[in-house]
Design a protein around this ligand. Structure first.
Ligand code: HEM
Length: 276
């Protein structure tokens, strides 16, 4: 009996175990889950390293609330605005789901930026995590596009004119700008197809892309492990050892009799006694 066994399993536990065993023998589920979830993490891992997961949780929330809204929303210029009014005023808890989706969008963008800032400040984008950073940057662009395409769906004056401005700005970008604007608008101007184009991009194209890239991003995070916070003792010891090695190498190279060698990234000049 291992330390994790806590006695005989009830019928639900037995069925659960049998299902896991069944899937494991055929698809190696246990190996995959163990690889993904059960790994060592650096000491002194902090709350700052939960921001990526928080962003992912808001994406899950946006997906669920978005699916509920899609059951009532009508992406047609003649009915879109009234369907939004219907959701807000008549559908049971519609106001709540719509509010969660609207505030969730802002929360997700803020969390993604905070996560990116922590990755930058911890230096986690450096080798070997460059691809994790690149997949993250693509995720950031897609998240921003979710905001842009979702904004129009309300189909009131503010949404319409804000999107007209956004499309004009997009079209003014060099070379590819006009093409991107035409693709988004489904033509060179706003037309009856524009709303359904935005709706399709908002609820099918980009969420599919985001889900795929989150998968890639997490695969890389699992494969490479997360970085230590800069204040972790082990990281500090490694940095000091690196500096000591750089000092020793500089000392080797220094001409005899030269007494002072400065080694990056040490902030203080290092005094070296001749002949040491
Ligand atoms: C939808 C947006 C995003 C989601 C859901 C997401 C999710 C995650 C998660 C769950 C982690 C592991 C835990 C953590 O470090 O917080 C992580 C790590 C990481 N993310 Fe993101 N991320 C997103 C956007 C970004 C962006 C915009 C960047 C940078 C441009 C980025 C770069 C990274 C890097 C480099 C790591 C590895 C950090 C380390 O090794 O310590 N991510 N991400």
């Amino acid at each position: 009996m291992s330390t994790t066994d806590i006695g005989p399993k009830g019928p639900v536990g037995q069925v659960g175990e049998a299902v896991v065993e069944y899937v494991d023998r055929r698809a190696g589920a246990k190996t995959g889950i163990t690889w993904f979830l059960k790994r060592n993490i650096p000491s002194e891992t902090s709350w700052f390293q939960t921001l990526g997961f928080a962003a992912m949780a808001t994406f899950g929330l946006q997906a669920v609330t978005g699916m509920i809204l899609a059951m009532y929303y009508k992406p047609d210029p003649t009915t879109a605005y009234s369907s939004i009014q219907h959701i807000t005023n008549e559908v049971t808890w519609g106001w709540l789901v719509r509010g969660m989706h609207k505030w969730g969008a802002s929360a997700m963008i803020i969390l993604v930026f905070l996560h990116m800032a922590r990755v930058f400040l911890f230096g986690s984008y450096k080798y070997p995590r460059e691809l994790t950073w690149v997949t993250g940057a693509i995720l950031l662009i897609m998240v921003m596009f979710m905001g842009l395409t979702g904004y129009l769906l309300v189909w009131d004056q503010r949404a319409y004119w804000a999107t007209v401005v956004a499309m004009n700005i997009t079209a003014s970008a060099p070379i590819i700008g006009p093409y991107i604007a035409d693709i988004l608008r489904a033509g060179s101007n706003f037309n009856p197809d524009t709303l359904s184009r935005f709706y399709s991009i908002h609820m099918l194209v980009i969420p599919g892309g985001i889900a795929t890239f989150i998968g890639l991003h997490l695969f890389l995070v699992s494969k490479l492990g997360i970085t230590e916070p800069p204040w972790a003792k082990r990281a500090m010891r490694a940095r000091r050892a690196e500096e000591a090695a750089a000092r020793a190498a500089a000392r080797e190279r220094a001409p005899q009799g030269r007494r002072e060698v400065t080694v990056a990234p040490a902030t203080q000049p290092v005094k070296v006694e001749a002949g040491q």
